[in-house]
Ligand binder design. Structure first.
Ligand code: ARG
Length: 449
């Protein structure tokens, strides 16, 4: 049943009705819609805007609807215009005139703005819990691999030695920032628009602070036009979710590289890999690839929200009904990705020997060799040049810096002595990188505690 039949002489066209309806998306907010209505009715009762008998009937009726939906005794009508319409008309069917009083001093515009905030609050909590689980997994692994030497890369070229624990902690820092960003966005979202009415508040003596408090909001919004037309919180959350996906996607990219035969730094558990329908030898990192691919969806959701909102005059416009599809999809996608990603990381096998082998090639101790000369008094630029000559010599002779005889070193610079071998050993290179935030095992162990 429509809520707005009075001035209309015809039923809506069936196809138009389907086009106009948002029930397929917003029925998942039924709990929040009922919660919001209970708070609104409670306030109307307290303020004497409706009688206490009506107030009680409404609240009882709403609670019954909630438990009936929960228990599968009441099915949400797929032809209803939206969840707000469905709950209100079911209530009126069940309790009569009292049900018709629920919408006093309220509009679907402030109602939907309230419901979405309440619903997203729950989704934020779920994402927050998943991110915390991921950071714990990363910390535990980082501790385990605090001493595992691997090459660090720039431009995907071996650059300087680091530890695998250090590498994992880089992601730990990223996801920790994501947790902060999420809670920050939640703070701005947790403001009640209820009581903004359609756009211009109401002439009834409502108590907006009361409904805000009953619904666990930190405060009530200060402008009714802004209250119904603000979707910044959706955009902000979609941005936070997009950044999470950037991090997951970069991590996935590395996982994909690491389990290739070219790297073989890790092996994914069979439970988190897939095979090929034709090539019997294949073990593919599909989960990581899907996570990388799904980042596109979430960025798309953010673009949807930005584009929907950018040209809208104040206050509510129906365009805004599109907000839910986008922000729910963004949350669902992040949730699905994290659900698969966390155990994939937790169960992967690390192959330290291969990391070590890769670290031994590519002259990743060249900076340390230059630093050795600096410590003997040579200015860094001269030390850099001398080491460059040594690397060229090594390439020519097909040797590593560790293998190059001391006599050769001395032809380039007479400050070199046999203690250079200790200075450029990978263990020294890593354990001496003790600068704040550096990869030394000691640092990693301290950070991962
Ligand atoms: N289903 C609508 C939405 O999701 C609810 C608000 C409807 N308000 C209106 N004036 N048509 O945005």
């Amino acid at each position: 049943m429509k809520l707005w039949t009075g001035r209309f002489s015809k039923e809506a066209d069936k196809k138009t009705n389907d086009f106009n309806s948002s029930i397929a998306t917003d029925s998942r907010m039924y709990k929040e819609d009922i919660e919001g209505s209970i708070a609104h009715a409670t306030m109307l009762g307290l303020q004497g805007i409706i009688s206490s008998e009506d107030c009680e009937k409404i609240i009882e009726g709403l609670k019954q609807i909630l438990s009936d939906i929960n228990e599968g005794k009441l099915t949400i009508d797929p032809d209803a215009e939206d969840i707000h319409t469905f709950i209100e008309s079911t209530l009126t069917q069940r309790i009569g005139d009292a049900g018709k009083r629920l919408h006093t001093a309220r509009s679907r515009n402030d109602q939907v703005a309230t419901d979405v905030r309440l619903y997203l609050r729950t989704l934020c909590e779920k994402t927050d819990a998943q991110l915390n689980e991921l950071t714990e997994v990363l910390k535990t692994s980082a501790l385990k691999y605090a001493e595992t030497v691997m090459p660090g890369y720039t431009h995907l070229q071996r650059a300087q030695p680091i530890t695998f624990g250090h590498h994992l902690l880089a992601y730990y820092e990223m996801f920790k920032r994501d947790i902060e960003r999420l809670s920050d966005a939640k703070k701005r979202m947790n403001v009640s628009p209820l009581g903004s009415g359609a756009l211009a508040g109401t002439t009834y003596n409502i108590d907006r602070e009361k409904t805000a408090e009953l619904l666990g909001f930190d405060s009530a919004c200060l402008n009714s036009l802004d209250g119904v037309s603000d979707r910044d919180f959706c955009i902000e959350l979609a941005s936070v979710l997009s950044i999470i996906m950037v991090h997951l996607s970069r991590f996935s990219e590395e996982i994909i590289l690491w389990c290739s035969w070219e790297f073989k730094f890790i092996e994914l558990d069979d439970a988190f890999s897939t095979g090929s329908s034709i090539m019997p030898q294949k073990k593919n990192p599909d989960i990581a690839e899907l996570v990388r691919g799904k980042s596109g969806r979430v960025f798309g959701d953010l673009m949807t929200l930005l584009t929907v909102m950018k040209g809208l005059p104040i206050a509510y416009n129906k365009d805004m009904q599109e907000d839910k599809d986008a922000i729910f999809d963004a949350f669902d996608t992040v949730n699905m990705c994290l659900t698969a990603f966390i155990p994939m990381i937790e169960t992967m096998t690390v192959i330290p020997e291969n990391m070590r082998k890769a670290a031994a090639g590519g002259f990743i101790n060249a900076t340390d060799c230059a630093d050795y000369l600096v410590k003997k008094g040579l200015p860094f630029r001269d030390a850099y040049k001398a080491t460059g000559q040594l690397v060229a010599l090594c390439i020519d002779k097909k040797l590593t810096l560790e293998e190059l005889p001391i006599e050769e070193y001395k032809t380039v610079c007479d400050l070199f002595d046999t203690d250079v071998y200790d200075a450029i050993s990978l263990e020294t290179c890593v354990s001496q990188r003790l600068s704040m935030g550096g990869p030394a095992p000691e640092n990693v162990k301290r950070s991962a505690k």
